[in-house]
Each structure stands twice: as structure tokens, then as C-alpha cells.
Design a protein around this ligand. Sequence first.
Ligand SMILES: [Zn+2]
Length: 359
Amino acid sequence: MKFSLYLGKYSGIKVFIHWTFSLLLLWIIISNVRSGTPWIDTGWTIIFVLLIFICVILHEFGHALTAQRYGIQTRDIILLPIGGLARLEKLPEDPKQELKVAIAGPLVNVVLFLLLSIVVSLTGFDLNLLEEAKLNGNSIWLFLASANLFLALFNLLPAFPMDGGRVLRALLSTGMPRIKATEIAGGIGQLMAIAFVFFGLFNNPVLVLIGIFIFLGAQAEVNQTKQSSFLEGYKVGDVLMRKFPILAFDAPLQKAVDKLLEGQAVHFVVVKEDTPIGILSREGIVLGLQQGDRQTPVEKVADQKPLKLEISLPLQDAFKKMTSENKKVALVYEANHFLGILDQENISEFIMVKNALAQ
Ligand SMILES: [Zn+2]
């Protein structure tokens, strides 16, 4: 993850914090200084924000660890000033699993709320603390408990792709095709997003940002689900390309440039003794040229960790893997025997054709 600070990992899931988070802290400090707030109060506010973000990390682990139980890995958890994001490899398609993964995050906040409520009741509950609205060693647990209750409720709003929207999609999917359920949940999500933006304009700029994210996120996921549904029932073998351009591992970069310019090929399989060892893309060639030497062997600039797929893999899974790992081309095998390549562009064409036929 670029521009992010690595915090640590648990259960194989790395946690990063985005650099813009420092802007949030800076904004708190500057606005407090400008309003003449005593430093001690600013300190409490920052401690409070950091504690909330720990709760947000725990919320995201709720999603990630539940997904892990269904064999779905999480690439990482990233913290942004407007919230956290667990980047799951894929989403469970079984409605029951999706429901559990989606609800696990808000449930973590409910548990935190209950635990913090116990702390508050032990330290002496005093409603005046909330009315005073002043953060200090006495009131912080009460504020943190309230914040967790708010986080649970806010995330459960049916604003797809927020957690509540996913719960809604999962519930709808039990009675209708997933694509239809996604369209309905996405529509409701976008309506709520517009409401967030409108309300936020007058009250809270963060809500405007969240609204925009939800609106775009809903759109993207509806499209993705639509595309994926066209691939249903097909396997990697159905779109396999058995003819593809190759380059010897020790060929100079200049040779790749020549081939790129003379034909339509934009990706090359780099081979060594008839075995593919990597993939050289147009981007890789350009990068190699920028670094200077046209005589560099292509092996040096090729992607030496190409994605390898089995020919019998469902096309949907292959497409998701390629997009999530950002690989334009994958090598296709049948029981360790190399057969050909799978090209993202080819899959997109396949989707376009299916889409045209469906209309
Ligand atoms: Zn969540």
C-alpha cells in the first residue's frame, strides 16, 4: 500500500494507516489552537480519536476474521480519516456467509459498547459528563462507549456497500437472483448516499465525503456483479488463448520494443528452455526503457511472479483474482502442463459479447 504506514499484523492480515490520517490530527490541533483550546483538552481529543480508530481496526478485524473462517483471505486493512477498510480477496457469495461477514464488524462495536458500559458503570456513571461535552480522564470511557454504539448503528444503515447494505443484499439474495438483489440494494444505497451528501453539506463535510464514496462504491459493485454474472458457468479454458507472442529470457529489451511496435501484441510470455518464467507487459517495457538500457535482458524487466491459473477454474474466480491482484495476463496450466494465457482484455470482450446477446 503506497503512502501508508505499516502498523503491524494479526492472523496474517497487515494493518496500514493512510498518510491523510495525519491531516486529521493536524486539523484537530490547528482548529483547537485557533479557538484557544487549552493543550490538555487537545491532548484528550487526540487520545479519543486514536482510541476510536483502534475500535475501527477491531471492527474491520470482525469482517476479516469471519471471512477467514470461510477461507477468504484479506489483503490488508487500511485506515483512512473517514473510516477503515478491510480489503477482502473476494466477497462470499453464499448469502448466509455474506450476512455473517457483514454483520461481524458492527457486532464488534456492540461488544465494545457493552464492555465500555461496564467500565463506565464501575467508574461511576454521570450523565452530566455527556452534557458538559468535555473530554477528560473521567468522561472518555462514556464518550467511547457512545461512539461505539454510534459506529454500530451508522454502519448498519442500509447504504450499500456499507455493512447494513450488504446485510440487505444478503437477505434479498435468499429470495431472488444475486444480481437483482445487488441492483436493489445498490439503488437504495445511492439514494441514501445522496441524502448523506445533502445533509452533510449543511452539517458535516465528512458525511459529504462518505456519501460520495458510497455512491461510487455502489455503482462499481453493481457493475462488477453484472459483469461477473455474465461469466457464470464458464471456465478458464473457454477463453484460453493458445497462441501468444513469446520472448526468450535473454533477448534484449530492444527486441521487445520492436515486437511491440510491429504488431498488435502488448504482452509477451518470457520463456527459458520452453518454460514460461514471466510476463512482460507494455508497461514493463516502458518502465525498462525509462531505466535506460535497451540491451537489458527482458528477464530483468518482466513480471517474474506471474499469476498461474488452472484451466478448470471458474472464469468468475479467475477474473476476480486477476483484477484484485492487478494482473492483466495470467498463465494457464493443466496439471503443471503449460497451455496458454488468459488475457483480461479478452475476458472483457467476452463480457461485452454476452452483454450484447443478453439485450
Ligand atoms: Zn464494516
